[in-house]
Structures are given as structure tokens and as C-alpha cells.
Design a protein around this ligand. Structure first.
Ligand code: PEP
Ligand code: MN
Length: 384
């Protein structure tokens, strides 16, 4: 059971002290307090652990400074959506909101190769009103002989250029805890010119020790990609690892499943899971059409498969898009064949806007239908 306290309840408040003293005396119940400092308010939640079945929601609701009581199921305790759970489904980071009803595009390089390419990318993003990007400095590669990313050597110029072009958040994969330290250090040295969303890639979805380390820090939000060969439930539990350690600024990423059933695409596109993840949890959901489709093939209608897949995710309510672009895909050191061209950026953004508008119209339609159905439903209940 979770007691959600009134916003801005501080540890020094007499009501808070009285509440904790009361809970400390409850037999068989222990407590764990989580505090989340947001841009507008600080939220405190008290988790009651132990035999909570006997507790009545109404009784707990009457305790000092308790605003809401949520009886949680076993599944995804922190990030899950539980019955009568009105906790937020968004977080803010470096001036950007990530929520289940927002949409942010992270177009960028799969891997940082040259400073010139980074600058061309950032400039194009700025020119098209974008404030987020993706840039890989640490690349997990199948072959030990493939380019592994420039690592910490490229971070200073990536962060400086991001600051120069008004980029507020860079999604950047890390594969080891030392990368977290290197990113912190480089950001500090560039006067925090930008922000970073740490990305846990599909190969590390169940690297539990890495998840715990990343979960213990709250400086950076995390994009957790689903594991390519495990169930959705297993991947959602991986996200819960981050949250159970304290970091609930988590975005869940769909990036396709590894199976020949998806051929000729690189992975089997799994964007039908967008609404499922939004229903089961309070996480915003990201789609990665580049790593799902993995090729620049176009259908006879002239639309690239990557854009079709993007539209499928967006029209189903996706909240973030991670997509590979490159100024010279032929020269890209990683994933050139799936990169979109710089001149396709405005096309891509306009296509996304069309799909988003269609999604919003679908939501409005569903709400209208529900409103029309509700009076009919209640009158039939009355007459029964
Ligand atoms: C990536 O986004 O560059 C990447 C390697 O993705 P994934 O972990 O989904 O393969
Ligand atoms: Mn890639």
C-alpha cells in the first residue's frame, strides 16, 4: 500500500512526524519513504510493506497529511498503474516534459563519428525547432572488431555543440557504470551545457547490476529499451529495478523483437505494445523505428518502412521517438543503412505531426463515444 502525501509535506512538519510515529507502531508493517523533487512541487510517498491486507483504505486516508491511498498489486509496484492510482504519468527534465500524453522526437546519430557530423546534425535539429537528440558515444557491438564508439573522448564537443544549438536532452547509451561517471564529469566541465537521458540498450535490459547503479542516481532520467528476446513482463520488471532503487524518471522503449518472423526487417516491429505499456504502467513509451526496421526500403506508395512504422507507433499514442539520421550515411561508422538523410528531417517531422494529429482525433472520438455511452449505461442500470 502507498500513502501519497499532500504536495510539499516536509520531513520537519509536525503532521509528517505524527504520521511516521503512528506507522512505526503498527505491528507487522514497515515503511519506506520516497521523495521526488519536481520542478513545481515535492512529492512524498510512504510505502507500507508487510501485512497490509487488513488495513482499510478509509482509515489510512484519515491519517495526517495523507492525500491519496493506493492499494498496489504485486506487479510493477512503483511504476505500475494500480486501481484508483492518480499518481503522475510524467516527469520533467531540463525543461522538457516526458509524459504519457506528450511526444518528443529524438532524431540524431546512432554513433558519434566526427565533430563535423555532430554539428551538422545539431544545426539541422535547431533549424527545425528540435530540442532533443540521440548520440551514441559507447556502442555495444556484436563483433569485438567493430567500431566501439569514441567513448569519453567525444563527450566535451558533443555537449558543447548541444549547448550551442539549444539541445536540452541527449539520449546516450551507457553499458558500464564508469560511463555514468564520465558523462557527469564531461557535463560538469562544459558547465552543464545540455542534459542527458541515459539509455540502457536491449542487450543490457537484464543487466541487473547496471540497472541498480543507474536506478540509484536521480540526476538523469533513463530510457530502458525492452529486451529483444524476453517477454514484455520481464522487460517491465527490468524498468521496475530502476524505480525500486529510487529513479522513477523512466521511459520504456520498444525497438522490435529478434526473430526471423519479422524478415526482411531487422527486428519484428512491436509498436502494438505502445498502449499495453501505457495501460500497465505510468511510464511514457518510446518507439525506435530505426532499430526495429533497420533498412531504408520504401513501399510502392513512396513512404519509407521506417516512416510507416513510426506512424504506426505515433497513431497508437507513442510519447517519444528515437530515430537515426546521418549527414552522410555512407560514411557512418554504425548503422548507416538504416539512417535517414538530413534532407528527410522536415519530411519526417511533418509525417509524425500528421500521425500525432490523427492520434489526438482518435482520443477525442473515443472520449465522445464514452460520454455518449455513459448516460445510456446508467439509465439501463437504473431501470434494471
Ligand atoms: C541504439 O539505440 O543505438 C541501440 C544499439 O539500440 P538497441 O539497444 O535497441 O539495439
Ligand atoms: Mn544503432
Amino acid at each position: 500500500m502507498i500513502l501519497v502525501l499532500s504536495p510539499d509535506t516536509g520531513p520537519e512538519s509536525p503532521d509528517y512526524k505524527q504520521l511516521l510515529a503512528y506507522l512505526a507502531n503498527m505491528p507487522g508493517i514497515s515503511t519506506r519513504v520516497r521523495t521526488e523533487v519536481g520542478s513545481e512541487q515535492t512529492l512524498t510517498e510512504v510505502y507500507l510493506i508487510g501485512n497490509t491486507k487488513a488495513l482499510l483504505v478509509e482509515d489510512m486516508q484519515n491519517l495526517p497529511c495523507v492525500e491519496q491511498v493506493v492499494r498496489i498489486s504485486e506487479e510493477y509496484r512503483v511504476l505500475g498503474r494500480h486501481k484508483d492510482d492518480h499518481r503522475p504519468t510524467y516527469f520533467d527534465y531540463n525543461g522538457v516534459r516526458f509524459g504519457q500524453d506528450t511526444l518528443n522526437v529524438f532524431a540524431g546519430l546512432c554513433a558519434v563519428d566526427t565533430l563535423e557530423h555532430v554539428e551538422l546534425m545539431m544545426q539541422a535539429l535547431r533549424d527545425h525547432g528540435q530540442v532533443c537528440t540521440r548520440m551514441g558515444a559507447y556502442k555495444p557491438r556484436t563483433s569485438p572488431y567493430s567500431f566501439q564508439g569514441h567513448g569519453k573522448a567525444c563527450l566535451p564537443y558533443v555537449f558543447e555543440l548541444a549547448g550551442k544549438y539549444g539541445i536540452r536532452v541527449i539520449a546516450m547509451e551507457i553499458t558500464h557504470e564508469s560511463h555514468l561517471e564520465e558523462i557527469c564529469d564531461a557535463l560538469y566541465r562544459t558547465g552543464n551545457a545540455t542534459g542527458v537521458m541515459l539509455q540502457i540498450g536491449t542487450r543490457n535490459t537484464q543487466n541487473f547490476e547496471l540497472l541498480k547503479i543507474v536506478g540509484r542516481q536521480q540526476d538523469f532520467p533513463v530510457l530502458l529499451k525492452r529486451g529483444f528476446g524476453i517477454t514484455l513482463d520481464e522487460s517491465l520488471n527490468a524498468a521496475e529495478y530502476l524505480a525500486s532503487e529510487g529513479n522513477r524518471k523512466v521511459v520504456f522503449g520498444l525497438r522490435g523483437m529478434k526473430t526471423n518472423m519479422g524478415d526482411p526487417h531487422r527486428n519484428f516491429v512491436d509498436f502494438a505494445h505502445v498502449p499495453v505499456v501505457k495501460r500497465l504502467t505510468r511510464m511514457p513509451v518510446c518507439i525506435d523505428p530505426s532499430h526495429s526496421v533497420g533498412m531504408r526500403a520504401a513501399s510502392p506508395d513512396g513512404i519509407l518502412d521506417i516512416m510507416h512504422a513510426t506512424a504506426q507507433g505515433v497513431i497508437a499514442g507513442a510519447n517519444m521517438i528515437l530515430v537515426d539520421f546521418h549527414p552522410a550515411p555512407g560514411k557512418a561508422l554504425v548503422d548507416g543503412p538504416q539512417a535517414l538523410l538530413m534532407r528527410e528531417l522536415p519530411l519526417f517531422l511533418e509525417d509524425v505531426a500528421i500521425a500525432r494529429k490523427a492520434y489526438e482525433q482518435r482520443v477525442a472520438l473515443a472520449q465522445r463515444y464514452q460520454e455518449d455511452a455513459e448516460p445510456a449505461l446508467s439509465s439501463s442500470v437504473q431501470s434494471a
